[in-house]
Design a protein around this ligand. Structure first.
Ligand code: NAI
Length: 714
């Protein structure tokens, strides 16, 4: 414990505090609190012999932030204890910045959350100029706010308007951007330079004060009495609400803490911040988000669903078949991860068009200063477009992304398999065709697997890995490692129609069109979905994937499942008659220029007014609460069926896959956590009501009833 923060004073009187806590990362816990308390007390005692202080870290990361193991246990019952801990942590930092000696943060790695909060309490910040380092206050992504002084100091440093987007979006900045944003003051070329610069600043600034401790300081853009300020602040909640639709408490509390804090003195602002923090930390939404986006996500990235003990040889050369939207995206993210790519389409020209599309995306990044021209050129140089199968030679991973047509896929997969390495992993990016069936295209189905990417590939973080009946552990391990290598999050599922994500998301869209057919107003459906926290309204997303594709998937499903009782229900779903009618009118979706929405040229899209005249019934009798629950419950129930059927094998995959894959309301922590946080018994009761009122699809599975009876959350 004693060395959690090393205290070393050099001949010039500069004390270097090196954070080196037990474990792999520095976090804000009892060990930190004790060590920082001791360090600050010693600095105060030895002040006369000290010329300045440098804070740095012995870990790869400067400081990782709050200790989420502690934060998830904060409850209304122990809130007072947590508040006093937080206040002490803040008081220590306050004493540090009022030491009367220059204090410099020498940031040698990521400074996120609590890490940046410590840095903001220093008079000067130097960061290693390494694009792999990020700085920011991402607490909002876990349903929290920066409660260690982060809101208060960032607002006073940058002004409310510049600080808010960073706080509300949890933006992570690379060093160069942090410098431009005014969050850090200097970049250093290496670890030595970091210390040299820190000490040079100390020598040149013997008596610095934080801007907020200079008498007369005001928040840059909030000068009491300035009418313009009030105009901006008055609009801020509305602007925010447009984004969050009221479904996320953290951004709202951040706004409140920032604005209320800006109007009072520094120490009062800290107190306001701490209280809002506690309100969030004790609430259910933070628990949901911490559990899924921290603990479960970590479980996934640590390989929870990867076969253990299997050596996954790293991929060196990927063959991507089809240079369309998906194929080009897969080629891009692979090349960005340093993997050589052969991009094949029907002709060299078609493949070259795919590469040109990638070049356009990268050029845009170069023009925004997010990528250097050299890096762009290096990525493009790794991608070889071709129209010839022979060029696939030497590939150890093949990913097929041609049109969604079983025969075509079989043909191109078989040809690629013959040219790739003898033990290559062969994958399909199909979004609907069962993997076990496609695997028959190649001689060894053990090497066959599904790698389901999401569109746009370069932005979407999830890849759904589908294990066919015969897929080997080694194939799964190699596919899993590839997905990690390209920086994406892999969830692993067993084969099923629509796998997990498409199958579950399909229920959301189908439920919406069913309600439309029942006479529910389309605007109510879309607005309630957004208010419930869904990323996109179901009718809007229908237009994106095209209504024709939905009909095609349904036809294929009906043909494949002729014997299945589920098929009968599907063919009778009144929602599909709505889709058929729209398609018959030529309204096929966004790409066709019209669907549930109108897409006026140069204007913003809006719901097609005739939806109302054709289908809406004023006496449809579906309350707003029912609309909301139907949209959310239907997805959670389908997820539970996927767990029962062993399509999903872990709750983490279910939760993380639902939010990252299809935009299930992030505040819930995912489709299964939504059941937990509703309360199992309450969920069952409500689902039974929905089943009695709207149809058997809402009937909770027996496994859930049993779990509820045992009182055992997932
Ligand atoms: P796309 O139509 O943009 O691209 C398909 C490409 O395959 C075209 O460039 C076409 O020239 C090429 N192609 C056709 N025959 C070929 C052959 N014999 N050899 C090589 N290339 C050939 O389609 P998109 O959207 O990229 O979809 C591709 C696959 O990805 C489909 O299976 C689709 O279901 C799946 N998928 C699509 C998603 C989406 O959001 N669009 C999401 C997830 C998966």
């Amino acid at each position: 414990m004693a060395d959690a923060i090393r205290y070393e004073r050099d001949a010039d009187g500069v004390v270097v505090l090196t954070l080196d806590m037990t474990g792999s990362a520095n976090v804000m816990n009892a060990e930190y609190h004790e060590a920082m308390g001791a360090a600050v007390a010693r600095l105060e005692a030895e002040r006369d012999d000290i010329t300045g202080v440098v804070i740095t870290s012995a870990k790869k990361t400067f400081f990782a932030g709050g200790d989420l193991n502690l934060l998830i246990r904060v409850t209304p019952e122990n809130a007072a204890e947590s508040l006093s801990f937080l206040e002490e942590v803040k008081t220590q930092l306050r004493r540090l910045e009022k030491l009367g000696r220059p204090v410099v943060a020498a940031l040698n790695g990521h400074a996120l959350g609590g890490g940046l909060e410590i840095a903001l309490a220093c008079h000067h910040r130097v960061v290693l100029d390494d694009p792999g380092i990020s700085l920011g206050l991402p607490e909002v992504t876990l349903g929290l706010l920066p409660g260690g002084g982060g809101v208060t100091r960032l607002v006073r440093l940058l002004g409310v308007q510049a600080a808010l987007p960073l706080l509300v979006e949890g933006t992570r900045l690379r060093p160069a951007r942090a410098l431009r944003a005014g969050i850090v003051h200097e970049l250093a070329s290496d670890a030595d330079d970091l210390l040299v610069r820190a000490k040079a600043w100390i020598a040149a600034n013997p008596e610095p004060k934080q801007p907020w401790d200079v008498p007369g300081h005001t928040v840059p853009d909030v000068r009491p009495g300035d009418p313009n300020v009030y105009a901006v602040l008055a609009a801020a909640p509305a602007v925010l609400h447009k984004k969050t639709r009221g479904a996320f408490p953290a951004p709202e509390k951040i706004l409140a803490a920032a604005v209320e804090g800006a109007l009072v003195d520094f120490d009062t602002a800290l107190r306001i911040e701490a209280r809002y923090f506690l309100e969030l930390a004790t609430g259910q939404v933070a628990k949901n988000m911490i559990s899924t986006f921290w603990f479960q996500l970590n479980e996934i990235t640590a390989g929870g669903s990867r076969p253990s003990g299997v050596d996954g040889r790293p991929v060196t050369r990927v063959a991507v078949l089809g240079a369309g939207m998906m194929g080009a995206g897969i080629a891009q993210v692979s090349a960005e991860a340093g993997i050589d790519v052969v991009l094949k389409d029907v002709s060299a020209e078609a493949a070259e068009r795919g590469r040109a599309g990638i070049a356009a995306i990268l050029d845009e990044r170069v023009s925004r200063g997010r990528l250097t021209a050299e890096k762009r050129d290096a990525v493009l140089a790794r991608i070889s477009p071709t129209g010839e199968d022979a060029d696939l030679a030497g590939s150890d991973l093949v990913i097929e992304a041609v049109f969604e047509n079983r025969e075509l896929k079989s043909t191109v997969l078989a040809a690629a398999e013959r040219h790739a390495l003898g033990d290559a992993v062969i994958a399909s990016n199909t979004s609907t065709l069962p993997i076990t069936g496609l695997a028959t295209a190649v001689p060894d189905p053990g090497r066959f697997i599904g790698l389901h990417f999401f569109s746009p590939v370069h932005k979407m973080r999830l890849v759904e890995i589908i294990r066919g009946e015969k897929t080997s552990d080694e194939t799964l391990a190699r596919a899993f490692d590839y997905v990690r290598r390209i920086g994406k999050t892999p969830v692993v599922v067993n084969d099923s129609r629509g796998f997990y994500t498409s199958r579950t998301f399909g229920t959301y869209v189908t439920e919406a069109v069913t309600m439309l057919a029942e006479g529910v107003h389309p605007a109510l459906i879309e607005n309630v979905a957004r208010k419930a926290g869904m990323a996109v309204g179901p009718l809007a997303v229908s237009d994106e994937v095209t209504l024709t594709l939905q009909l095609k998937i349904r036809e294929q499903t009906l043909a494949d499942l002729a014997e299945d009782p589920g098929a009968a229900a599907l063919s009778e779903s009144p929602g599909f008659r709505v889709i058929e009618e729209l398609v018959a009118l030529g309204r096929t979706g966004r790409s066709g220029g019209a669907g549930f929405y109108e897409y006026p040229e140069g204007g913003t899209k809006h719901l097609w007014p005739e939806l109302v005249t054709r289908w809406t019934k004023p006496d449809a009798g579906v309350s707003e609460q029912d609309v909301r629950d139907r949209l959310l419950f239907v997805q959670s129930l389908e997820t539970l069926r996927c767990l029962d059927e062993n399509v999903l094998t872990s709750v983490s995959d279910a939760n993380v896959g639902s939010v990252l894959g299809f935009g299930f309301a992030p505040w819930t922590g995912g489709t299964v956590q939504f059941v937990n946080s509703t309360g199992l018994a309450e969920f069952v009761q409500r689902a039974d009501y929905l089943a009695d009122t709207y149809g058997e699809r809402f009937r909770p599975p027996a496994s859930l009833r049993e779990r509820a009876a045992r009182g055992e959350p997932f």
